[in-house]
Write a protein that binds this ligand. Structure first.
Ligand code: PEP
Length: 265
């Protein structure tokens, strides 16, 4: 029988950067090279580092990361269809074909700007998994929803409508990210208690649906104004397995300082 402590140790610690719509091709390559060099020089733990970049960078970043297992590359979005007449869109198969391993699904900016809802996001998760891409599925409530006391209901609905159709093998391939919308890019982080409370809730929802072992294995990242100063307190919480980092992922020193929080734990 494996003790809960050992299971906790087995959970993958992950720090993922989300560059959003920043950096031209040359700037992206330069930043990624810096990140890789710093990770090689400074990071001694076994945490996974993922960079989710714009599509134009994907192929080159995958090439730069070759042979360095600690760093993987992901996209920030995919279309829900396999292929076809969807001008301007990029498919999961295309992303996978350049060697990317991850894709962000359900970021609040896509939910808000492009009207992406839970049912569409379920389709995106399915097409990602079908093409061997691991989804980083983002969930989060707005400030209005939190103030109305509806935050647990919102997260529960996002999980139910986008994730809970998956089978046990599929849920193991997912990374979850709790990102309160009011905390993204605002400089306001959820308190460590608020974050832990929600991560615990999410893990319990996974346990109710897939069993405790699956819940103990899944990585749940926190996202929302994480920086080198606040990361240690946030990542110290038992149900927080790392972070999804926006603004601070655009500076290699800050980003790798956040990754390095796990070296100390
Ligand atoms: C994000 O975009 O996922 C994010 C968490 O952004 P920031 O770190 O800038 O709040």
């Amino acid at each position: 029988m494996i003790s809960p402590h050992v299971i906790l140790q087995m959970r993958q610690k992950t720090v993922a950067g989300n560059w959003k719509m920043n950096l031209d091709y040359q700037e992206g390559l330069a930043l990624f090279s810096e990140v890789i060099n710093r990770v090689k020089a400074e990071v001694t733990g076994i945490q996974q580092v993922i960079i989710c970049c714009p599509f134009i960078h994907l192929h080159a970043l995958v090439q730069l990361a070759q042979g360095f297992e600690k760093t993987a590359v992901g996209a920030q979005n995919i279309h829900q269809s396999e292929s076809g007449a969807h001008t301007g869109e990029v498919s999961a198969k295309m992303v996978r074909s350049v060697g990317a391993a991850y894709v962000i699904v359900g970021h609040s900016e896509r939910r808000q700007e492009f009207g992406e809802g839970n049912v569409l996001l379920a389709e995106k998760i399915d097409i990602a998994l079908k093409n061997n891409l691991k989804p980083i599925f983002c969930m989060g409530e707005t400030i209005k929803e939190r103030e109305a006391g509806k935050h647990f209901d919102v997260i529960s609905q996002q999980l139910t409508e986008s994730v809970f159709h998956l089978n046990e093998a599929q849920i193991d391939k997912l990374i979850l990210a709790y990102e309160p919308v009011w905390s993204i890019g605002t400089g306001i982080t959820a308190s460590t208690e608020q974050a832990q409370e929600m991560h615990f809730f999410i893990r319990n929802q996974i346990a109710a649906e897939y069993g405790q072992a699956a819940a103990d294995r899944i990585s749940i990242l926190y996202g929302g104004s994480v920086n080198p100063e606040n990361a240690a307190d946030i990542f110290a919480k038992p149900d927080i397995d790392g972070g999804l980092i926006g603004g601070a992922s655009l500076k290699s020193r800050d980003f790798v300082a956040i990754v390095n929080v796990f070296n100390r734990s």
